[in-house]
Each structure stands twice: as structure tokens, then as C-alpha cells.
Design a protein around this ligand. Structure first.
Ligand code: DX5
Ligand code: ZN
Length: 233
């Protein structure tokens, strides 16, 4: 079974029933819980502070996948670590000392991720690929849930996948934004294996069926890539 992780984004959950919705996705087979932190500066929207992470830490055993869409994320790492984050992902575009901040996250015993927006080239993160546990490739402009998946980013996912393979690095490729049952296989065929999905899961009638379908379609994408890898050999 290919290594696929499904990370529902709570931005699309019912804010008045967050605990209920988180427990539902956990029971429905999610692997991670994606928590979007927005500061109204790096992105034109606001969301949660670390108090939401610590509140949820007490309610779920899911891996807490914290996506910091904030300027100067180095100032908030300790807060989110203490709150119970399992993975902290920072944006290359938002940080002064990328390597130093990633090293700091790792020194706290937490998985470190680096993210880039759709218009940012992977060349700016190639130096830190040896250090990170995951790269988060944004497939929409960050800031809002419910946007359309940008197919133009598929090529960048493949470029990253090939770079990691060439360098023998076991780094997860996470994709975030506009992922549905219709396009998830494009992302996984391109090389992604950790899938964020907000609206598709939380706005569906049956979380279990949706997560199951997303996972199956994701695996089909991986199989398509594997068969084209074999043909190229
Ligand atoms: C966008 C956020 C995403 C968003 C995904 O800035 O990083 O995590 O919540 O939501 P959907 O799946 O609805 O695009
Ligand atoms: Zn996100």
C-alpha cells in the first residue's frame, strides 16, 4: 500500500463544533489534522492562535500538522511546540533565517516542514531539503479554503519528487488547496503523498466515504506514476 496520509484542514470544519468535527474525521480514518495559522499579514486572513492547538491536543490522537502562514514564524515556534504540534511547517517567503528556524524546530523534537506558494520556485528550498521532514507545496494562493486547485503546480511537484529521488532523501511531499476526489490523483501522480483537504471532507455528507474515496484515488495516482517510472527505465 503506497504511503498516503490524509490531513483534513479544520479551516472548513464548523468552528462552533470543532471538537465534534475533529473527532468525526479521526473516527473516519484521517491520518493527520491540518491546522492553518494565519496572521493577516503574510496572508490576508486571520485564523487561530496556539491555544487552539493545545485545546485540540487534549481531544485527539491525530498527528497535529501545523501550517504557519505568518510573517517571522521564528517568533512563534516555541509556542506551537509547547501547544503540542507534531509537525510545524513554515513558509520560505516569510522567514529571515530558513535553515536556522528549521533547525530550531528539529531541536524541539518536532518534525519540520517548509512551504512554498504557487509562484515560488523549488530552487529556493533545495539547500534545506536535507533538513526537512516535509515540503508543503501550495496548490492555491494561501489564505482561504475553498479555492480551485492549480494544475499548473503539478510540474513543480514532479520536479521536487525527482530532486528528492536523485538525492536519496525520504521527505514527504504535502499538497494543500483545492484538493478533491477529481484531482487528488494528479497530485499523487506528480509525487505528492501527504494530502490536505478542507472543503472536500468537512463539507461532505459522509466523512468516512470521502476519506476512503480520496485515499483510493490517491493510490491510483501513485500507481500511474509507478507504471510510467517503469516504462522510462
Ligand atoms: C489555504 C490553507 C488550506 C485550506 C485548504 O491557505 O492553507 O489548508 O484550508 O482548504 P481547501 O481544501 O478547502 O482548499
Ligand atoms: Zn494549509
Amino acid at each position: 500500500m503506497p504511503y498516503i496520509k490524509i490531513s483534513p484542514s479544520i479551516l472548513a470544519a464548523d468552528p462552533a463544533n470543532l471538537e465534534r468535527d475533529v473527532k468525526r474525521v479521526e473516527a473516519a480514518g484521517a491520518d493527520y489534522l491540518h491546522i492553518d495559522i494565519m496572521d493577516g499579514h503574510f496572508v490576508p486572513n486571520l485564523s487561530y492562535s496556539s491555544s487552539v492547538v493545545s485545546a485540540l491536543r487534549g481531544k485527539t490522537a491525530l498527528v497535529l500538522d501545523v501550517h504557519l502562514m505568518v510573517t517571522d514564524p521564528e517568533e512563534f515556534i516555541d509556542d506551537f511546540a509547547e501547544a503540542g504540534a507534531d509537525i510545524i511547517t513554515i513558509h520560505q517567503e516569510a522567514v529571515k533565517d530558513l535553515r536556522g528556524t528549521l533547525e530550531h524546530i528539529k531541536s524541539l523534537g518536532i518534525k519540520a516542514g517548509v512551504s512554498i506558494k504557487p509562484g515560488t520556485d523549488i530552487s529556493v528550498i533545495t539547500d534545506v531539503l536535507d533538513l526537512v521532514d516535509q515540503v508543503l507545496i501550495m496548490t492555491v494562493e494561501p489564505g482561504f479554503g475553498g479555492q480551485e486547485y492549480m494544475y499548473s503546480v503539478d510540474e513543480k511537484i514532479t520536479e521536487l519528487y525527482n530532486t528528492l529521488k536523485k538525492r536519496g532523501l525520504a521527505v514527504d511531499i504535502e499538497v494543500d488547496g483545492g484538493i478533491t476526489e477529481e484531482n487528488i490523483d494528479d497530485a499523487t501522480r506528480s509525487g505528492a503523498n501527504v494530502i490536505v483537504s478542507g472543503s472536500s471532507i468537512f463539507h461532505s455528507d459522509n466523512y468516512r466515504d470521502t476519506i476512503h474515496n480520496l485515499r483510493n484515488r490517491a493510490v491510483q495516482g501513485v500507481e500511474k506514476r509507478e507504471s510510467s517510472d517503469i516504462q522510462q527505465r
